[in-house]
Write a protein that binds this ligand. Structure first.
Ligand code: ATP
Ligand code: MG
Length: 327
């Protein structure tokens, strides 16, 4: 049954996966309006609910096992739905086990370091899920589309040649390989929005007063560079989808579907990790049995010695009487 579910999730996300080594041309290869044949949003919402429950269970196990960490990298164009995806997909998990880091234009201190430094500072620990809202991939996206960002990084001449982007792809792949080898799995999601859907979402941000704050004139300037971004995304997906950290291109024109996909890819990774609750040694269990006897001796007169055990055995047997302290 569990294997069956794992297989269905793997099947569902397969069309979104960028096979390592594949040369991607976004406009031809991935349809932002794809819905995997799910016709009604209601069905998608139901699927997401199941996915969120599954994630909550796996996150508890991930935290308890405390061996693996998971890093989710979310990339999108403006209005691609990163915030809503994080909010919905993570709605069931314990906030203590999740950390969201949003990356903006780098600060002076960040520019004083190598370009991966600020991302390394925000990596999740073991047992945690870290979400990068924008990520180290901005270093081959916005920095590539606007080369003045590279000037601000004050690289030595030797590091600025025409091969800088290929070098960054390799460095990013190596860094992710290192993290994966050391127990940190990386989930990479690109929310793929169509130009028309972005136009509609921008207009909504202008039309609805409560959404005005979300709109920035800079977003329209970036939209004017649409083709440059599509090229940068295509090259990034071609060069950095690896066996250890593949990219998933999530169709983002339907928000509900993008959320189902994001939950499914994350669930797939957690299922692969298959974290287990730690089992205690026989000696520890004997110690626990001794503590239980002591706690049972403290039960007030007439009370069940162990109310939890009583409720469990009642559930199993239907009407078994709980053991009580004599009145
Ligand atoms: P929102 O949904 O709130 O708009 P956002 O992620 O777009 O979220 P903003 O504060 O609007 O956040 O924008 C952050 C900006 O920082 C983006 O335009 C992004 O391209 C830019 N940015 C991120 N990383 C870098 C980087 N390494 N160099 C230069 N600019 C960067
Ligand atoms: Mg923005």
């Amino acid at each position: 049954m569990a294997d069956d579910r794992a297989e269905r999730i793997a099947e569902f996300i397969r069309p979104l996966r960028v096979e390592p080594g594949r040369k991607v041309h976004l406009a031809d290869d991935f349809d932002p309006g794809y819905k995997a044949g799910i016709r009604k949003k209601k069905e998608g919402v139901e699927l997401l609910r199941t996915g969120v429950e599954l994630l909550a269970d796996y996150q508890r196990r991930l935290a308890a096992q405390d061996t693996y960490g998971v890093l989710v990298c979310l990339q999108a164009l403006d209005a691609g739905g990163k915030d809503g995806t994080i909010r919905h997909v993570m709605s069931g998990v314990n906030p203590q086990g999740v950390q969201v880091s949003s990356f903006k234009v780098p600060s002076t201190e960040e520019l004083d370091h190598d370009y991966l430094w600020r991302y390394a500072c925000r990596l999740p620990g073991r047992g945690e899920i870290g979400i990068f809202n924008r990520s180290h991939y901005e270093e081959v996206l916005v920095v590539r589309v606007h080369p003045e960002n590279l000037d601000r990084q004050r690289l030595p001449d030797s590091a600025r040649g025409p091969d800088v982007w290929d070098r960054r792809y390799r460095e990013i792949n190596d860094w992710e390989h290192y993290l994966t080898d050391n127990g940190f799995r990386i989930v990479k999601l690109f929310l793929n929005l169509s130009k028309e859907e972005q136009r509609i979402r921008f207009l909504k941000r202008i039309d609805v007063p409560e959404r005005n704050w979300k709109f920035s004139p800079a977003d329209v300037r970036e939209r004017a560079r649409w083709d440059d971004y599509q090229r940068a995304f295509s090259q990034m997906l071609s060069a950095t989808s690896t066996k250890w950290a593949p990219w998933y291109v999530v169709p983002a024109d339907h928000k509900w579907f993008a959320r189902v996909c994001a939950a499914a890819v994350l669930a797939h990774t957690l299922i692969e990790i298959n974290p287990q609750y730690p089992r205690v040694s026989d000696e520890t269990r004997r110690g626990l049995a001794e503590v239980r006897r002591e706690l049972e001796r403290e039960a007030p007169k007439g009370a069940a010695l162990d109310p939890y055990a009583a409720s469990v055995s009642k559930g199993e047997s239907g009407n078994r009487k709980p053991r009580r302290r004599a009145p």
